[in-house]
Design a protein. Structure first.
Ligand SMILES: C[S@@+](CC[C@H](N)C(=O)[O-])C[C@H]1O[C@@H](n2cnc3c(N)ncnc32)[C@H](O)[C@@H]1O
Length: 258
């Protein structure tokens, strides 16, 4: 039982995840290509969500390669059907997914939802072949504290706190990820960071508005934000005159040794 707060069966989940993909895919694709994903590779995409990364991987590896895409809810992965793609319902905290060993294992915006991210990382490494690459992409929302809008900052903290509540941590956790990956015995561990700049009315702003729509009751019930302030923040995120820093991306990768 993971307590995941943003069920993919929600009516607007597909739209919500497609907005996230639009924002993150260019960086993910660049990083995976730099690690050497190419024709013939066997890849595992964990917590595949709306499936854009798995779809891109399937194109890259071609008919001689293979992609396994897992999630606790694969309802949005139905369109992925292709000869070289398999979708599997799997909880990464339960162990390594079947179908390995893999040349590349990737997960994005997954670990911050999990009560034991380090166990999930160990499970991912267990299905890598020797020399295979693990690449993890997470988000740490520290840049939201740089906003001069208290309403926006409070909204983002209340939103992300409630999204990750079941993990027992908060959305300022990903700063711990590099050291966590580095202590797993991988070689060539390295990474990079980025942070997003959000304009009101943009696809990324809409992603946070939809996330708040799905989380609204929990956010207000937590006492971290009032309905009035939540609505005010949605107003800011809908206005093209509003600009703010969004989440800080943390990407980290390493290679299995034995
Ligand atoms: C924020 S979404 C990210 C989706 C996708 N990785 C992306 O970046 O576009 C998190 C995804 O992780 C899945 N998930 C949550 N807990 C999981 C678990 N324990 N094992 C596997 N997938 C999980 C959710 O169902 C959801 O699809």
């Amino acid at each position: 039982m993971t307590g995941y707060a943003l069920d993919n069966s929600w009516a607007k989940a597909e739209r919500r995840l497609s907005l996230l993909e639009q924002h993150l895919d260019p960086m993910t694709q660049r990083r995976l290509a730099a690690l050497g994903v190419a024709g013939g590779a066997h890849c595992l995409e964990i917590g595949a969500g709306g499936g854009s990364v798995a779809r891109w991987l399937a194109d890259c590896v071609g008919q001689t390669g293979r992609v396994v895409a897992t999630d606790i809810n694969i309802s949005l992965l139905k369109g992925l059907a292709a000869d070289n793609v398999e979708t599997i319902v799997h909880d990464i905290l339960a162990g390594g997914p079947p179908g390995g060993p893999f040349d590349f294992v990737h997960a994005r915006w997954l670990l911050h939802h999990l009560p034991d991210p380090e166990q999930a990382i160990r499970n991912m490494i267990s299905v890598l072949r020797p020399g295979g690459w693990l690449m993890l992409e997470e988000v740490d929302f520290f840049p939201v504290h740089a906003s001069d809008s208290e309403t926006y900052t409070r909204f983002m903290v209340a939103l992300t706190d409630n999204v990750v509540r079941a993990s027992g941590r908060d959305c300022f956790w990903a700063r711990a990820l590099p050291a966590m990956v580095a202590r797993q015995g991988l070689r060539s561990v390295a990474g990079e960071g980025d942070f997003s700049i959000i304009q009101g009315g943009s696809p990324t702003a809409e992603f946070f508005i939809l996330t708040a729509e799905q989380m609204r009751e929990r956010m207000v019930a937590s006492g971290e934000i009032t309905e009035a302030r939540l609505d005010e923040a949605v107003g800011l995120l809908s206005s093209p005159d509003f600009w703010a820093f969004g989440g800080g991306g943390v990407a980290i990768w390493g290679q299995r040794t034995d």
